[in-house]
Design a binder for this molecule. Structure first.
Ligand code: ADP
Ligand code: MG
Length: 371
């Protein structure tokens, strides 16, 4: 596989107009017609790439999506507040309006690609979180323009690539979140690569059901039980919770064993499970974490996620966290500085670990300056 070009591979950028596909899909608050940025981390994170280009005399035009406007202009998803913040951080850098205001973005319409690259000399992709989508702004420009990965994208590929191809062992993956069906591909792929899988969150109940345990009214995907049985029969140990915290049939907070009474609902892993998972994480040399251990948004059911997050912060292992909710949980516990890498792409990090490539990376490798 050929190399992904980096900024240096663009050569002299002085006087060139460079289109940078950024990920400015930042959290917003406030009323629909006067939205404000609640966290500008993604804008600040883009600065190393933007400065590389501007310091060398390039004229930079950024483009990003924001939210899901579904192909038509919508003031709620306007880039205006983001453009204002960007002007403070990187003066002289342009920002186009929300890419997803045009249906050609998600539809990968060649006419929209043409419109995007009109008057542009070079292309840089720094939007890892969108690199798993074959959208116009991701796969279109590298077909005709000299192209490169920006610094954020480059670091994601380095970290996730090493984790996939040459992890320090034991390599442990900690998976949670709501559904098995969302993540079945990555669970199966990781099972081939890790030394142990830890499974919590809503998805553990389909695995527990596959082992024959009653799960009450917990989230459980009956059509995935056979798949879970198959995974459990595989060679890699899969660690499941041994106790569960949730609500009983009367809606009262309870700690249960591994069998949930009928009418009860499991919403977090129990303290025994959290301690057992901690031990495994402390003994690992690489850890990948995706998906909360419970409905951490509710403080009553956040302790399993918090204990696991703390173990990931404390272990000497190389630690990588992927996933929007997992990253939000880490930040909520003030542990985001304690891990080695927090991926900016949830779906993209999982797809990269599963497949070892993404449409946006393949597009960069095929650019005219690399071919
Ligand atoms: P990420 O964004 O990190 O990839 P997911 O989106 O897959 O994670 O999963 C996060 C969601 O899973 C959270 O909204 C959380 O409330 C939910 N969840 C976790 N445990 C359970 C559970 N036991 N029952 C129902 N939902 C759960
Ligand atoms: Mg999520």
């Amino acid at each position: 596989m050929s190399r992904i070009p980096s900024l240096e591979d663009l050569g002299d950028v002085s006087g060139k107009r460079v289109l940078v596909r950024t990920d400015f899909n930042v959290p917003m608050g406030g009323p629909d017609d006067a939205r404000t940025i609640t966290d500008d981390f993604r804008i600040r994170a883009a600065l190393s790439t933007l400065e590389y280009l501007t310091i060398r005399g390039a004229h930079v035009v950024c483009a990003s999506h924001l939210g899901r406007p579904k192909g038509s202009p919508n003031a709620k998803y306007s880039m205006v507040p983001i453009r204002a913040r960007l002007a403070e951080l990187a003066p002289d850098v342009e920002l186009l309006e929300n890419l997803r205001f045009n249906p050609g973005e998600e539809g990968n319409d060649p006419a929209f690609v043409k419109q995007l690259i009109k008057g542009i000399d070079m292309y840089v992709c720094d939007a890892f979180g969108a690199a798993h989508r074959s959208h116009a702004s991701i796969v279109g420009p590298p077909q005709s323009l000299p192209s490169a990965a920006g610094r954020l994208l480059q670091r994601e590929v380095e970290v996730l690539g090493d984790l996939r191809e040459q992890p320090k062992r034991p390599f442990v993956a900690v998976l949670g979140g709501a559904k098995v069906s969302d993540k079945i591909g990555v669970i199966a792929a990781l099972q081939q690569r890790v030394d142990a899988l830890i499974i919590g969150g809503g998805m553990c109940f389909t695995f527990l059901a596959a082992q024959g345990y009653p799960v009450g009214d917990s989230i459980c995907e009956k059509d995935q039980i056979e798949t879970c049985k198959h995974l459990l029969a595989g060679p890699t140990p899969i660690h499941l919770p041994e106790d569960i915290v949730g609500l009983d049939a009367d809606g009262m907070y309870q700690t249960f064993g591994i069998r949930l009474p009928s009418g009860s609902k499991g919403l977090d892993i129990g303290p025994g499970s959290a301690a057992a998972f901690t031990d495994i994480i402390m003994d690992a040399r690489s850890v990948f974490w995706n998906g909360p251990m419970g409905t951490y948004e509710d403080p009553r059911f956040a302790s399993g996620t918090k204990t696991v997050a703390q173990a990931i912060a404390d272990t000497k292992a190389f630690t990588v966290v992927g996933g929007g909710d997992s990253a939000a949980a880490l930040a909520q516990f003030n542990l985001d500085d304690e891990v080695d890498h927090v991926s900016t792409g949830g779906g993209a990090s999982l797809e990269y670990l599963e497949l070892g490539d993404l449409p946006g990376l393949a597009a960069l490798r095929g650019a005219p300056n690399v071919r």
